[in-house]
Design a protein around this ligand. Structure first.
Ligand SMILES: NC(=O)c1ccc[n+]([C@@H]2O[C@H](COP(=O)([O-])OP(=O)(O)OC[C@H]3O[C@@H](n4cnc5c(N)ncnc54)[C@H](OP(=O)(O)O)[C@@H]3O)[C@@H](O)[C@H]2O)c1
Length: 268
């Protein structure tokens, strides 16, 4: 982890879950870290816990282009450059497409897809200068559509496509583009997932205790950045899902349906 000493790393959505674990580990390993989120109190808590360390925080909603511009430009003002951008901020949803307000799907797309687009656009000149890395935190749902998550899966498929194009375009520039697909990871994402009418779900339908921890997920991401990997697919279940879906897509439809439904009702 010596690699990160004095590197300037931007992590969107660093106030909770995987993003918070990334910020804590990066600061511990000597990086200069910039992060944003919408909730001021949680960013303030992070500032207090990490006081004395090189941390820049700003309230920003990544679905807002001007917020992203302000956040990225202020990071360059504070630290002088950007070496690594980790587009991590994201939200999930749970609701069958037929029942879900279209605005719910649009806001998931705005945060999970447009957010990385804006931040990458504004940070790219500095990352190019420093031959750094761009990391997009996607999901297994970006390889395999999951019932009740139409907007989430669509946003992560879009993010994977964007990442692949960007990686190819930047292949000979010295910039590494990687997309990361965590499997189920213990965090607040399911608590805050949007329901069919846009309210927070307020509970997790899954057993969070059995999942990979956010810290383990973040450690894997940092190791993959050092190794300049192309993709990182996490958890045994996650890898199995991606490969099974590639080889036997119709069979996968049936198995995924079986996992998510009971007596015709979406239960996961
Ligand atoms: N946990 C999993 O099982 C899992 C699996 C696969 C992929 N992922 C991906 O991993 C990433 C991190 O998720 P997580 O599990 O750590 O979720 P989390 O615990 O809910 O944390 C999400 C973070 O993103 C921030 N955020 C959300 N919307 C934002 C917005 N519009 N603008 C700025 N910041 C925003 C949140 O802060 P505020 O709410 O204060 O803005 C929070 O800091 C996401 O992209 C997610 O899709 C997670």
């Amino acid at each position: 982890m010596q690699f990160f000493k004095d590197k300037v790393v931007v992590v969107t959505g660093g106030s909770d879950g995987i993003g918070l674990a990334l910020c804590n580990l990066l600061l511990q390993h000597g990086a200069k870290v910039a992060t944003c989120a919408r909730n001021q109190a949680k960013l303030y808590d992070l500032q207090v816990q990490q006081s004395g360390r090189p941390l820049h925080t700003q309230i920003a909603d990544v679905s807002n282009k001007n917020d992203c511009a302000r956040f990225i430009h202020s990071t360059i003002e504070v630290f002088g450059k950007i070496d690594v951008l980790i587009n991590n901020a994201g939200i999930s949803m749970r609701g069958l497409f037929a029942d879900t307000d279209i605005e719910v799907i649009q806001s998931v797309m705005d945060i999970n897809f447009n957010g990385p687009l804006y931040c990458t656009k504004f940070a790219l000149p500095s990352i190019l200068q420093n031959k750094g890395s761009i990391v997009n935190v996607s999901s297994i749902a970006g390889y395999r559509g999951l019932p009740g998550r139409s907007g989430y899966s669509a946003s992560k498929f879009a993010l994977n496509g964007f990442s692949e194009v960007l990686r190819t375009e930047l292949l000979h520039t010295g910039v590494n583009v990687m997309w990361v697909c965590p499997g189920f990871t213990a965090s607040n994402i399911r608590m805050r997932a949007l329901t069919k009418n846009g309210a927070n779900q307020g509970e997790s339908p899954m057993n969070e205790d059995k999942m990979m921890s956010s810290k383990e997920c973040a450690t894997n991401i940092l190791q993959a950045i050092i190794a300049r990997k192309r993709t990182l697919i996490l958890t045994f279940e996650g890898k199995k899902t991606v490969w099974f879906n590639k080889l036997f897509p119709s069979w996968a439809d049936k198995l995924v349906h079986k996992y998510f439904y009971k007596n015709g009702q979406l239960v996961q």
